[in-house]
Design a protein around this ligand. Sequence first.
Ligand SMILES: NC(=O)c1ccc[n+]([C@@H]2O[C@H](COP(=O)([O-])OP(=O)(O)OC[C@H]3O[C@@H](n4cnc5c(N)ncnc54)[C@H](OP(=O)(O)O)[C@@H]3O)[C@@H](O)[C@H]2O)c1
Length: 244
Amino acid sequence: MTQTTDKKIAVVTGANRGLGLEIARQLARDHGFHVVLAARDATKVAAAAVALRADGLDAVGHVLDITSADSAAAFAEWISDTYGAIDVLVNNAGVLLERIYGETENIETDALDVDVDLVGTILDTNLLGPLRVTQKLVPLIKRGGRIVNMSSQMGQFGWADSGMVGYRLSKTALNGLTANLAVGLKTRGISVNCCCPGWVKTDMGSKFAMIDVEEGAQTPVWLAAQADAALTGKFFHEKTEIPW
Ligand SMILES: NC(=O)c1ccc[n+]([C@@H]2O[C@H](COP(=O)([O-])OP(=O)(O)OC[C@H]3O[C@@H](n4cnc5c(N)ncnc54)[C@H](OP(=O)(O)O)[C@@H]3O)[C@@H](O)[C@H]2O)c1
């Protein structure tokens, strides 16, 4: 049954922890959104939504595994049945599988050593995941809506490095997808941008990272809620456009 809410509705993927949870928190707390936390584990996503509601925020959780076409279709059907339409999609869920965490430093696999199948697994989540979810949800995004893709400066052409090639390529490709979608969705009035949050202290970023999640969430939240709606097909860091 369709729920009525005066609030704007944002879907954030990978929202049970890390940057996704903090992006959802800031959208609800600072910008008045009803947030839908999407994550692959039913127990974890329910707990995350309970935690935000305990802070007085308007949040619900629902299962979404972005590597599964069936899960993306079921999620979109639930969104359609529950809300009819949404305003914002943040494609945040992602994996970094080529780093071994150490006590004093992190060890990263080299492009010449990495398992090619592992690279395929990374691309399936970080590139094809946002593509699957976006394809299913775009028909439900209102005119004037926004899509934000969580990328990384590690995918920039200007930052070539042999380490973590699967992750790097996944973000380079996600940037390409962002530009492509932005062109395709212009006539529907939907902006599509991507951003790097910086090197953030999360499970992925590790304890060696430079900034906390509160700071890391600021640019994606700005793109989702505040940036000039005319901005589309661009890559941002610290609310400033950066080169691909
Ligand atoms: N941290 C950084 O320094 C940094 C820098 C640049 C870009 N980013 C990007 O920012 C985003 C969030 O990163 P983070 O640091 O918050 O990472 P994180 O702490 O490792 O969290 C990743 C999130 O993605 C979810 N996820 C992974 N695979 C999924 C799938 N198949 N379906 C649904 N959810 C899935 C995880 O769920 P589970 O709990 O079920 O595993 C988790 O909620 C990623 O796209 C990352 O590449 C991060």
